[in-house]
Design a protein around this ligand. Structure first.
Ligand SMILES: C[S@@+](CC[C@H](N)C(=O)[O-])C[C@H]1O[C@@H](n2cnc3c(N)ncnc32)[C@H](O)[C@@H]1O
Length: 232
């Protein structure tokens, strides 16, 4: 028998049975599995198992994330939404009073994302390139409190910075999944991470957390940062 208990982060739950404890989110659209994840009924509610092997945000929680800026009611911008695996869990967490502007430039993934957004009204899909925030700024009604970025391409720190500068103000959060091998396939991992992190620091962001996602996600770091007055 599976028992659902709240996690310390609002909107996140633990589904526990005798030998396992899994992260989950309460489904906004009961009866629908988004990417084949397991569904668990609990009275009138339904919970979706959230695997840290499928989502870097779940992996960061599992690896000890201490600040979780994505909460019920959050207004967020998600860069690198793909087909919406992690976006769908963020959609459960932010709930009907929150909104997720989800940016993806690959047409095939974006098609799935648009399908997901047709069911989940708190997702606004944007088929655009995250390197050019000015292009989609007219579609985003601010202020944005959190930017989550998982774009797996070079210049990850500068893409996050440009988006924070465009959409956010003092105190807003940036969550960045750095994929080292998308930046450089040959260099030492620590050198790659340090370069991205010092770029954020130089640009006036406060680095709040720096989490190694290994072994849940190989060669990935998860950075939590915050917009300071100095950056504005
Ligand atoms: C690792 S996948 C994202 C997985 C997703 N965040 C999740 O957890 O479900 C990276 C995605 O970023 C997208 N991407 C890469 N560069 C991008 C850019 N400049 N603008 C928009 N999307 C981009 C890719 O097309 C890909 O779908």
């Amino acid at each position: 028998m599976v028992i659902i208990n709240p996690h310390k982060f609002p909107g996140v739950f633990l589904a526990e049975d005798s030998d396992r404890q899994s992260l989950s989110t309460k489904s906004l659209i009961p009866g629908k599995s988004v990417y084949g994840e397991k569904l668990i009924k609990d009275g009138v509610d339904e919970y979706r198992i959230w695997s840290p092997r499928r989502s870097k945000l779940a992996a960061a929680i599992r690896k000890g994330l201490s600040e979780m800026p994505i909460q019920p009611g959050s207004k967020m911008l998600y860069l690198g939404a793909a087909s919406g695996t992690t976006v769908s869990h963020c959609s459960d967490i932010v709930g009907p009073n929150g909104v997720i502007y989800a940016v993806e430039f690959a047409q095939r993934s974006a098609r799935d994302l648009v399908g997901l957004a047709a069911l989940r009204k708190n997702i606004i899909p944007i088929v655009e390139d995250a390197r050019h925030p000015a292009r989609y700024a007219p579609l985003v009604t601010g202020p944005i409190e959190v930017i989550y970025q998982d774009v797996a391409q070079p210049n990850q720190a500068s893409i996050l910075y440009e988006n924070l500068k465009t959409f956010c103000s003092f105190g807003a959060w940036g969550l960045l999944a750095i994929k080292a091998r998308s930046i450089d396939s040959t260099q030492n991992l620590d050198r790659i991470y340090n370069k991205e992190i010092s770029e954020l620091d130089r640009k006036g962001l406060e680095i709040v957390e720096n989490i190694d996602l290994d072994p849940l996600e190989k060669d990935h770091r998860f950075i939590v940062c915050r917009v300071t007055e100095e950056m504005m």
